[in-house]
Design a protein around this ligand. Sequence first.
Ligand SMILES: Nc1ncnc2c1ncn2[C@@H]1O[C@H](COP(=O)(O)OP(=O)(O)OP(=O)(O)O)[C@@H](O)[C@H]1O
Length: 229
Amino acid sequence: MYLVGLTGGIASGKSTVSAMLRELGCPVIDADLIARQVVQPHCPAYRLIVKHFSRDVLLESGEIDREKLGALIFTNPEKNRLLSTITHPEIQRAMIKQVLQHFVLGHRYVILDVPLLFETRRLTRFLKHTVVVYCDPDTQLSRLMERDSRSQDQAALRIAAQIPLEEKVAQANHVIDNSGSQEDTYRQVLKLHSRLEDSLDFLLVRALVIATATGIGGLIFLLVKPFIF
Ligand SMILES: Nc1ncnc2c1ncn2[C@@H]1O[C@H](COP(=O)(O)OP(=O)(O)OP(=O)(O)O)[C@@H](O)[C@H]1O
């Protein structure tokens, strides 16, 4: 099995592309969804967030107010780092668990949908391919304003807080240009899908796992042989 990172900029169309890939049957691990799950009230990260950020960041229901917490860390880099220290290990653990589940199920590849893939850089060395969903700056700004009901200034600030999309494009080995219609994007997703399906990269990891398992099995056999025969 091999891993494919899917990323982009805020409102550039990652969820749109990710939904198309799922529809085509690709296994997708959604880091954003996991990030929401690991801060649910029964989770260790929740307790740490309440301890360090106080109950002010909670909704009446007791759940984390993501909008409020997001606004808080957006203007405070230190708090941003603290939140990352609390949540990233939990997110990573959950992602590794899901990757292993897909491996056991025999999938050839798994797509990791990670919005801040190039900002955190923790995962990049494990990826065989990186796919960036790009859209031109004006389109990105207007889609963000419309989707989140933000003013032009607020939306521009959110975009400026991330690595510029052009830089992400330069680091990727596959780009989907989502500046046009959804049909246009879907055509590009189909091409990516065939490329992933046709790739034989999964064979290397499978061969390594089989060789390692055989080696360990052989070693155990040699060790216990004198006691059996
Ligand atoms: N090709 C397209 N044509 C028109 N609208 C689009 C297109 N692609 C995405 N959109 C719209 O743009 C907005 C942003 O898209 P989407 O949510 O997929 O981006 P995203 O990269 O996942 O965003 P974020 O990382 O901020 O969650 C959504 O409202 C979506 O419906």
